[in-house]
Design a protein around this ligand. Structure first.
Ligand SMILES: O=C(O)CCC(=O)C(=O)O
Length: 232
């Protein structure tokens, strides 16, 4: 796919934002599958809950598991765009955020091929970016080792429901991303993808109330292994 028209030009390379990547019917189907996810499948964190599909990424290699068909459809849809170049996505992280919840500044770290694709469903959010300090801790960081250091937010992206976001290059390697723990977002001039959004927004004191949001972060985990069964 030619992404030229979807590149967010006002931030460092490379961000692609595709509004309405999925239809409302597809969004509803995803939300109803997620709603039916058994409670024990969820990992409850302080500020969100999540489910891994495809396996749990690990430095020794992810033990690959089959992604359910209802979800594989969207992994294929992203793979078919050629997002992961010569690779294919093999992992989906489902995050659920209630109003007031978010994710601390982090990089996705070395367990993933350095390209992130995220489908947003349910509601919007605002993703914030800060420049990474060049510390060994941050170089090794992942979403499980976030940074609580106060940092200057350099720019933001408004992620509307049904959109696809792709992050790679300098933006993957040199920037932390985060979602503030707030119940409403201010549409400020640091949001740099208004021109690509589905809707027209008014910059100013306009506040947008958050509702529950489910994100599907679709990535490639290069190091995988098959489950070894040991018989004695
Ligand atoms: O929910 C999102 O859009 C971001 C998720 C994320 O950054 C992560 O899980 O590492």
């Amino acid at each position: 796919m030619d992404f030229t028209g979807f590149e967010v030009r006002k931030c460092p390379p490379t961000v692609m934002y595709i509004p309405n990547f999925i239809t409302s019917e597809e969004e509803q189907r995803i939300l109803s599958h997620i709603e039916r996810t058994p409670k024990p499948r969820w990992t409850q964190l302080l500020n969100r809950r999540l489910v891994n599909y495809g396996g749990v990424p690990h430095p020794n290699g992810m033990i690959a598991e089959e992604i359910p068909e209802w979800l594989q459809i969207y992994v294929d849809k992203v793979n078919n765009l050629g997002v992961f170049e010569s690779q294919n996505a093999n992992h989906v992280l489902v995050n659920e955020y209630l109003p007031g919840q978010g994710i601390l500044p982090h990089t996705d770290g070395p367990l993933f091929h350095p390209i992130i694709s995220t489908i947003s469903t349910g509601a919007h959010t605002v993703l914030e970016f800060a420049k990474r300090e060049d510390t060994a801790a941050e170089a090794e960081a992942g979403a499980d080792q976030p940074s609580e250091m106060p940092r200057e937010v350099r720019f933001k992206l408004l992620l509307e429901p049904r959109s696809l976001l792709i992050l790679k290059d300098t933006l993957y390697s040199d920037y932390l991303h985060a979602i503030s723990e707030t119940s409403e977002d201010v549409l400020c001039d640091r949001i740099c993808n208004y021109d690509l959004c589905e809707n027209t927004y008014k910059i100013g004191d306009h506040l947008v109330r958050r509702s529950p949001r489910i994100s599907l972060t679709i990535r490639n985990v290069p190091k995988t292994s098959k489950m070894k069964l040991k018989f004695c």
